[in-house]
Design a protein around this ligand. Structure first.
Ligand SMILES: *[C@@H]1O[C@H](CO)[C@@H](O)[C@H](O)[C@H]1NC(C)=O
Ligand SMILES: *[C@@H]1O[C@H](CO)[C@@H](O)[C@H](O)[C@H]1NC(C)=O
Ligand SMILES: *[C@@H]1O[C@H](CO)[C@@H](O)[C@H](O)[C@H]1NC(C)=O
Ligand SMILES: *[C@@H]1O[C@H](CO)[C@@H](O)[C@H](O)[C@H]1NC(C)=O
Ligand SMILES: *[C@@H]1O[C@H](CO)[C@@H](O)[C@H](O)[C@H]1NC(C)=O
Length: 458
């Protein structure tokens, strides 16, 4: 979710801030260190910061403090149409810890699921890594590189998702392509992913007010006519019961606004410009139910390290992305990824186009990953540069059952591909989670990137 600040001019901005003294919050990005590694465990510390996505921010009139958007409804006088709304409304700075439950300390980021703030109860959050100059989003190209982090998701139950992933957002949040977006990366604008989300309040410098429909189940969300699409590399979508690594690709490069069939909504899922299913490697779904979870080989009751390696066809950055490998480190021990144990499928332990095709065939799934270009296109997205996203969320559409339970829920758990985790098909209801799991938290820490083999002890 998110949006931006549309200020008419800098002098006007000064007046706005003058009028709002005491209530408007200065935007200060929490600091987060990241390590860039070069050789065998030779790493240097970089000073970065993180920024909250604009959808979570208070959106109010530039000339005062009237809400442009309340709950899941736009103010019809400030926002009669997309362009006027972008002119009339400003995004405010964020109280990261008090309102949103987001804190950093050194190399660690903590995201709380429920935060009872002074004005509201906040649910979940999504943040992006800024560059070391704190001016744009950091862009990553992980071809022929590896990316490593530690995670503590012991406090994330069934139905929640502590996610760490990359999307092909504009580094500046969209300000150079869309002049009516004056807020930019500093205020967390420009989000996109392969689900082409419609809940984004501003897309391409305009408010997404046309045909806005309040969510029937989420008091803080709605959907507009447009979606915001782009390539997505899900390194980690997980809770204490399971995890998936999933590349997803689109037929378009860069952040792209969709409408109609392009968005791939509902029964047009496989007709859109992005591959919503992706090619997932979830150890449980791939037939090893003993690998990752509480007390298992990778023990989710404790912190562990997740390493993801991006091999290319000729082991050079300019090669074609050909394989995504995963390994774990816990208690000083390197743990190889699980192997697939599915009847009729070879024992794969990494993501290649061959694995993706074999998996889709074995599960009887539509193969839009291959249709839209597969790993090669994921690599092209890294060539352009991808933004690091970290979030915690619950799922008003499918209760996260696609990650941790049987999905589709009417499928038989004995049908290959249906069982994805141990959670009940009745779990993951947002109302239950928001009421019964107020302490849910994910901690991402110790992010490192560099040449393959450089980011962990082995
Ligand atoms: C990062 O910040 C620390 C503490 O403020 C400082 O000592 C260090 O020199 C900075 N490193 C770089 C590369 O700027
Ligand atoms: C809104 O929805 C209606 C009917 O579904 C459609 O005809 C119209 O083009 C949509 N867009 C806008 C901007 O109203
Ligand atoms: C790339 O590196 C891997 C691992 O070191 C090696 O197995 C593979 O043969 C190399 N591929 C090429 C094309 O050099
Ligand atoms: C790797 O492959 C790419 C694409 O085929 C090619 O352009 C590049 O020259 C190759 N690099 C090396 C070092 O072989
Ligand atoms: C499950 O439900 C979907 C949608 O209602 C339907 O298309 C599908 O055939 C059902 N599958 C089974 C195995 O009953």
């Amino acid at each position: 979710m998110f949006p931006f600040l549309a200020l008419i001019s800098l002098s006007y901005a000064a007046i706005v801030y003058g009028q709002q003294a005491g209530t408007l919050t200065t935007e200060t990005h929490p600091k987060l260190t990241v390590q860039k590694c070069s050789g065998s465990n030779s790493c240097t510390t970089e000073n970065h910061s993180i920024v909250l996505d604009s959808n979570w921010r208070w959106l109010h009139s530039t000339s005062g403090s009237n809400n442009c958007y309340t709950g899941n409804t736009w103010d019809t006088s400030l926002c009669p149409d997309p362009a006027t709304c972008a002119q009339n409304c400003a995004l405010d700075g964020a109280d990261y810890s008090g309102t949103y439950g987001i804190t950093t300390s050194g190399n660690a980021l903590t995201l709380k699921f429920v935060t009872n703030g002074p004005y509201s109860t906040n649910i979940g959050s999504r943040v992006y890594l800024m560059d070391t100059a704190d001016s744009k989003y950091q862009l990553f190209n992980l071809k022929n590189q590896e990316f490593t982090f530690d995670v503590d998701m012991s406090q994330l139950p069934c139905g929640l998702n502590g996610a760490l992933y990359f999307v092909e957002m504009d580094a500046d949040g969209g300000t150079s392509r869309f002049s009516t977006n004056k807020a930019g990366a500093k205020y967390g604008t420009g989000y996109c992913d392969t689900q082409c989300p419609h809940d984004i309040k501003f897309i391409n410098g305009e408010a997404n007010v046309a045909n806005w429909t309040a969510s029937p189940s989420d008091p803080n969300a709605g959907t507009g006519q447009y979606g915001s699409c782009c390539n997505e590399m899900d390194i980690w979508e997980a809770n204490s019961q399971g995890a998936a690594v999933t590349p997803h690709v689109c037929s378009v490069q860069g952040q792209t606004r969709c409408s109609g069939t392009q968005c791939g909504d509902g029964d047009q899922r496989y007709d859109g410009i992005c591959d919503k299913d992706g090619c997932d490697f979830n150890s449980w779904r791939m037939g090893d139910q003993t690998f990752l979870g509480p007390g298992k080989t990778v023990d989710t009751t404790k912190k562990f390290t997740v390493v993801t390696q991006f091999y290319t066809s000729n082991n050079s950055t300019s090669g074609t992305l050909s394989e995504i490998r995963r390994l774990y480190v816990q208690n000083g021990k390197v743990i190889a990824n699980s192997k697939t144990k599915i009847s009729g499928l070879s024992a794969y332990d990494s993501i290649t186009d061959e694995f993706c095709n074999a998996q889709k065939t074995a599960f009887g799934d539509t193969n839009s990953f291959e249709k839209l270009g597969g790993l090669n296109v994921m690599g092209q997205s890294f060539d352009k540069g991808m933004v690091l996203v970290m979030s915690v969320w619950d799922d008003h559409e499918a209760q996260m059952l696609w990650l941790d339970s049987n999905y589709p829920t009417n499928g038989s758990a004995s049908t290959p591909g249906v069982s994805r985790g141990p959670c009940a098909t009745t779990s993951g209801q947002p109302t239950d989670l928001e009421k019964n799991s107020p302490g849910a938290t994910v901690i991402f820490s110790n992010i490192k990137y560099g040449p393959i083999g450089s980011t962990y002890a082995h």
